[in-house]
Design a protein around this ligand. Structure first.
Ligand SMILES: C[S@@+](CC[C@H](N)C(=O)[O-])C[C@H]1O[C@@H](n2cnc3c(N)ncnc32)[C@H](O)[C@@H]1O
Length: 337
């Protein structure tokens, strides 16, 4: 009797987790089938059913689930629905963050988590297509919304911002699809930059996006490992997307950045996750994030203070930690002589 009760408790735990999984699949299916696009405008059940060859009952049931999850809300007309403003922004993708990128990244995380149970001689690694999924999820497109967001970050760093404004040059290490890099180039029209990205598929997407926003004459996107950078005293500022660099390449990457910066050059890094205090009980979300990172040998959740110490070990000085709307930032300086 006791064991059946225990098993039932475990079963309900699994069922409650399954809710999120099923909602994602419903969102994915309705997105693929074009229902979500249709729901960007107010639509009745009958209109949606007719447009997608579905029965009114089926549409009504699906919309009821999506409404309870906050994806859609009732429209002004009785029996009509439309996307909630948040989901409308995501489906529109005009903000620079889009539904396909988010759903692909969720799928990748699922795949990676499943590989946590593997013999220790099998590396989970990610291939070029998966790296692109990750980079698309992290990298916003250089839209007005993204400019506002990244602009707020630079507001918190007046010296760094002034250097970008007067032309840089900027070294962007771990450019991904160019979220920070291309947004910066569209914010500051005198800025010149070099982006460094090791995955060819990701670098190619960054170049395509650079063309779309018309900044190719001011940026050189290099497909290479950052450790192989040979530039010396060439850049006035550097942004390093440190949360994605594995432990074994970090010291050499910092050494290459140090060389590439001019004396008095500035290095900016971002703390990705706010540090946990001793009182914080890690949630399953935090544990899963940790698993995702550590599987790829990327140190998880380095604090601003740990990032400053890493920079100091590479020769940087005067580390300053600044709060910003995008979390804590660490600004460090290459000594003047
Ligand atoms: C996901 S992106 C970060 C976001 C990006 N800075 C943006 O603003 O959109 C981090 C990138 O660093 C790249 N990367 C990781 N290790 C690298 C290395 N050793 N050299 C160059 N790029 C590297 C990864 O391939 C990944 O695309």
């Amino acid at each position: 009797m006791e064991s059946i009760q225990a098993a039932m408790t475990a079963r309900s735990a699994i069922r409650s987790w399954a809710e999120g999984l099923e909602l994602i699949e419903l969102v994915r299916a309705t997105h693929r089938a074009g229902w979500l696009e249709h729901l960007r405008g107010e639509t009745t059940v009958a209109e949606l059913a007719a447009a997608h060859s579905a029965s009114a009952e089926q549409v009504s049931d699906v919309l009821a689930v999506l409404a309870s999850a906050g994806v859609v809300r009732p429209g002004e007309q009785t029996g009509s629905f439309r996307l909630s403003p948040d989901f409308d922004a995501l489906v529109a993708g005009a903000s620079g963050v889009d539904m396909t990128a988010v759903l692909d990244a969720v799928e990748l995380a699922r795949d990676q988590v499943a590989r946590a149970v593997r013999p220790s001689d099998q590396e989970p690694g990610i291939d070029g297509a998966q790296a692109l999924v990750l980079a698309r999820d992290w990298g916003v497109r250089p839209t007005p919304g993204a400019r506002q967001l990244i602009g707020m970050l630079y507001e918190a760093l007046p010296e760094f911002r002034a250097r970008l404004e007067s032309g840089g040059p900027l070294l962007d290490v771990g450019s991904g699809v160019g979220g920070a890099l291309l947004t910066g180039l569209t914010l500051f029209d005198k800025l010149h930059a070099v982006g460094v990205e090791s995955v060819p598929e990701v670098a190619a997407e960054c170049r395509r996006r650079a063309e779309t926003v018309g900044v190719t004459d001011r940026v050189d996107i290099r497909t290479m490992d950052a450790r192989a950078l040979r530039d010396e005293s060439a850049f006035s500022v550097c942004f390093w997307a440190q949360p994605f660099f594995s432990q074994d390449v970090r010291a050499d990457t910092l050494a290459a950045i140090f060389r590439a910066l001019r004396p008095n050059g500035l290095l900016l890094v971002q703390e990705l996750f706010p540090p946990q205090t001793a009182q914080d009980k890690p949630t399953a979300r935090t544990r899963l994030d940790r698993l995702f990172f550590t599987q790829r040998h990327v140190p998880f959740g380095l604090s601003a203070e740990e990032l400053a110490a890493e920079g100091r070990a590479a020769g940087f000085q005067d580390a300053q930690v600044t709060d910003s709307p995008l979390g804590r930032l660490v600004l460090m300086r290459k000594p003047d002589c």
